[in-house]
Design a protein around this ligand. Structure first.
Ligand SMILES: Cc1cc2nc3c(=O)[nH]c(=O)nc-3n(C[C@H](O)[C@H](O)[C@H](O)COP(=O)(O)OP(=O)(O)OC[C@H]3O[C@@H](n4cnc5c(N)ncnc54)[C@H](O)[C@@H]3O)c2cc1C
Length: 462
């Protein structure tokens, strides 16, 4: 549909807001404008090339997982001229997670064309009984919904153009000998690599831990649905709604929520379509999905939302904080496998796509070293010994987790521990103060951009 007609159709459905017809227009000028377009189709037509392990039993880098992390790193390492194999049970499958990001994060990476909805502002509801600084707070920071199919197509096409090969399989285990890692798959096939990267997200298939992995959990139950109507402004993303008026006085659920609060996260797409998610920011153990579902249903009833069709259901369980995998270790990690989820927010996709080029470049650097010496010593390409392969992996881990990032993470984990202890009243007070910090501090905290000393400085203000 031409942009003009799409906009006309959208306005005809009753959206009385200024919706830009193109993403360039939405992001151009001094004010970001509301923008919406239909999600792109899933890229099932991208001509990925299979790896034939009988003719090519060895590559430079084996990547387990074709999520955003695996594809982003695979594309960049292959673009530098190295042989990369990516293993995933469904390389052309859908990415189930519904990603929301701050628009400036995607703009900084040149990925703004992978946003399908932009809300010029976001909002936090703390309490209906307004009180001091409680009530509704508007956040002047545009928020976007990621067009997952478009992002996946972009990364897959880069992989294909750079010669990445794919294995439709599941990684089972890895063994190391003679400076090489052999990755065994559940089908019985195996592929050898100079380096191996675990990008299996929160399933953390290959990385090892030397302490018990005991994270907090962000739990959420959400639906993308068509509705008869809803009370949200279409140009405003509802980042958090901590109101509890929907819970009957004296009920068990009200008492549970007062002790272990959950909030509503809502993305209004149009007057008749919305994504609603009841979210537990962090809890240990996780809040049960049945409990989240009950709270969401009560909230929808109170808000007068009648669902006519459920398009997608999301059951979200994100491990937050907890110990990092052993590092260094021979298997490399990125994203969920390397503990990169923000321990106090559960967000990761921007941080992970932001760090992917750095990790890829560290891998390229290490793969290039033996080749450099090969030119003079006449030795074959790749690490020659276990010690050499271990040293290569250690150098990449140091890039993934430099000291400053470790300190920052320790601070975020401290933040998570504080959040774990707050009841509803304390949570409201906390976010009233948090969103009153300067934009530099709260943007930087949520986007993991602040250094350790800046974090300390910001939080002395809280
Ligand atoms: C429901 C949900 C909602 C989320 N929403 C947000 C959000 O709004 N914003 C945000 O920033 N973050 C969000 N997150 C966090 C999210 O996990 C990451 O941002 C992002 O998906 C991480 O990408 P990844 O590539 O590291 O892992 P994943 O996206 O999890 O990809 C892992 C890949 O590995 C494959 N795999 C798994 N096991 C194996 C195996 N044994 N062998 C081979 N392949 C395997 C899987 O098939 C998958 O393709 C959400 C997470 C969940 C679960």
């Amino acid at each position: 549909m031409a942009a003009r007609h799409r906009r006309a159709a959208y306005m005809a459905r009753g959206a009385a807001i200024d919706t830009a017809p193109t993403i360039e227009e939405a992001l151009g000028g001094s004010q970001v404008r509301h923008y919406i377009r239909p999600q792109a189709p899933w890229p099932t037509d991208v001509p990925i090339q299979a790896l034939d392990v009988s003719s090519t039993p060895e590559v430079d880098l084996v990547i387990a997982g074709a999520g955003p992390s695996g594809l982003a790193i695979g594309a960049r390492v292959a673009e530098a001229g190295y042989k990369v194999a990516i293993v995933d049970p469904e390389p052309l499958g859908i990415w189930p997670n519904n990603y929301g990001v701050w628009v400036d994060e995607f703009q900084a990476m040149g990925l703004e064309d992978c946003l399908e909805v932009i809300w010029p502002k976001a909002k936090v509801w703390l309490d209906n009984n307004q009180g001091e600084n409680l009530g509704e707070k508007f956040l002047a920071r545009p928020y976007g919904r990621v067009d997952r199919p478009k992002l996946k197509r972009k990364l897959l096409e880069r992989c294909v153009a750079a010669g990445v090969r794919f294995l439709t399989d599941k990684v089972d285990k890895v063994e190391h000998a003679g400076g090489r890692s052999t990755v065994a798959m559940v089908s019985g096939k195996a592929v050898r690599g100079a380096l191996v990267l675990d990008a299996t997200g929160h399933s953390r298939r290959l990385v090892k831990y030397d302490q018990k992995f005991d994270p907090g959990y962000q739990g959420a139950y959400g639906i993308i649905c068509e509705v008869e109507g809803h009370p949200f402004d279409i140009d405003t993303m509802l980042f958090m709604d901590w109101r509890d008026d929907h819970l009957p006085e004296g009920s068990d659920v009200k008492a549970r929520n007062a002790k272990l609060p959950t909030f509503l996260y809502a993305m209004p797409f149009s007057k008749n379509k919305v994504f609603l998610e009841e979210t537990s920011l962090v809890a240990r153990p996780a809040v049960e999905f049945a409990d989240l579902k009950e709270r969401l249903e009560l909230r929808m009833k109170w808000l007068g939302i009648k669902v006519t069709k459920v398009e997608e259901e999301e059951y979200c369980l994100i491990p937050m904080g907890g110990v990092l995998p052993t590092h260094p270790q021979r298997v490399l990690g990125v994203g969920g496998t390397a503990g990169m989820v923000h321990p106090a927010t559960g967000f990761m996709v921007s941080r992970m796509l932001g760090v992917a080029p750095t990790i890829a470049d560290a891998i390229i650097d290490q793969l290039a070293r033996p080749a450099d010496s090969a030119a003079t010593a006449g030795t074959p390409h790749g690490p020659q010994t276990e010690a050499q392969a271990d040293a290569m992996a250690a150098a990449v881990w140091r890039t993934a987790w430099p000291v400053e990032r470790l300190r920052q993470r320790a601070f975020f984990c401290f933040g998570m521990d504080v959040l774990l202890r707050l009841n509803l009243a304390e949570t409201r007070q906390f976010f009233a103060a948090f969103f009153s910090l300067s934009a530099f501090h709260w943007h930087g905290f949520l986007s993991a951009r602040l250094g350790f000393l800046q974090l300390i400085g910001g939080f002395l203000l809280l």
